[in-house]
Design a protein around this ligand. Sequence first.
Ligand code: NAD
Ligand code: WQD
Length: 334
Amino acid sequence: MSRSILVTGGAGYIGSHTVLQLLLGGYKVVVVDKLDNSSEIAIKRVQELAGEHGSNLTFHEIDLRDKPAVEKLFVSEKFEAVIHVAGLKAVGESVQKPLLYYDNNLIGMIVLLEVMAAHGCKKLVFSSSATVYGWPKVVPCTEESPISATNPYGRTKSDSTWKIILLRYFNPVGAHPSGHIGEDPRGIPNNLIPFIQQVAVGRRPALTVYGTDYKTTDGTGVRDYIHVVDLADGHIAALKKLADPSVGCEVYNLGSGKGTSVLEMVAAFEKASGKKIPLVMADRRPGDAEIVYAETEKAERELNWKAKYGIQEFCRDQWNWATKNPYGYEPQAP
Ligand code: NAD
Ligand code: WQD
């Protein structure tokens, strides 16, 4: 059987790390990406990092909503499975432009599923998100916890009617230990770690801490951060699981199972970088939950996967990526 895997969104942060782990695992990988929030340089770097496996990667700049282009791809190649990572993911923007999010994330997925079905490719790993747990009443979040999409972005991530593996990522952080691929958000970063990174390299003056009155040890929000390489490995584990004939539609949390506060993350980043991160204490960010972290037992048991890296490694690798690429994939300040 062909071991060719289609990765949508493979030029992005999570996609690029997943593609690298797939190549190193001996898979042939085809990436489609419209380079909306990413750069083709990431693809080139993945090819380099994969060494002798680099030639097993091909890239197509395609918008998934372009059905004839997706169709053409499936005519030219038989895929064993699809890892569907492509999507818009900025919560704030999704509230401002809900139709853009429904159009991109839902139409893109519908086109993909239609073409897959037409070509008899019915194995799918989907990038879902811990965002579907909303503000959980009970932590850790298990796969059975009630889901509540509190924003348009979240609603595009909660459809579980297909026979697929849904991976609910918690908060991906860090970068490949080489420092050659990492997260390169366009514009002002929404997420904590990219923001801290930009403060540390002098691109922004201070980190705004959203909320200091949560019922947590230091009053700041608690999240489950997971190293992006661990997350990438979780996709390989999911692909292997898809080979099990008993699998219908399964959901797995991909998290570390540990909660870390904003201030704990700042302290660890300061230690790893040797830089002081100036802080501005502010009100809570609308829509934010207090404490979110994963129960990881199901993934450990059924996928035989567990996060290996902790906060020291997140910060070390994030800082290594930042110092080598202070402006991401751009050579200098835009
Ligand atoms: P990213 O923006 O770095 O990567 C997403 C990629 O998808 C980009 O390269 C973008 O160009 C591409 N893309 C978007 N729409 C497309 C379309 N219609 N056709 C082709 N390509 C398209 O984001 P990421 O952090 O790597 O996230 C990847 C996925 O994981 C997303 O689906 C996101 O919703 C999900 N997710 C991310 C996080 C997170 O915190 N980063 C957490 C949970 C889930
Ligand atoms: C983490 C903590 C903030 C920025 C989001 C999406 C979720 C998922 C992951 C895609 C919170 C605090 C943040 C800042 C801060 N993505 N913070 N100052 O909100 O857990 O999840 O990304 O699916 O859907 O909602 O992650 O990194 O934005 O925030 O104090 O400048 O850091 O309040 O406590 P979040 P985050």
